[in-house]
Design a binder for this molecule. Sequence first.
Ligand code: TYC
Length: 102
Amino acid sequence: DDDSGDGIGVATKTRSKVKRPGLYRVLLLNDDYTPMEFVIAVLQQVFNKNQDEAVSITMHVHNHGVGECGIFPYEVAETKVTQVMDAAKRNQHPLQCVMEKQ
Ligand code: TYC
């Protein structure tokens, strides 16, 4: 700043700390015990997939070991992971759902 107008001042610059959300990929993991129908229902209820999309993702996970349910801001991804893990636990299925920074 140069309040006195003498040409001397401390250089200061305001930093606009913009909070970008940061996106996270939510993944379902395969296991040998969770019924296909349960995974399909979870994909429809938690991730708003239609029947065809839900079946397609379920078969992808079944065949490849892992598959993407969607990409979301951190807090949305965290909520969806919790919803899947809670539903799996309630129904005593070993289904695992994780998130990873995109
Ligand atoms: N592999 C399971 C079965 O054969 C089905 C399954 C699919 C489980 C996707 C988990 O994320 C999963 N019943």
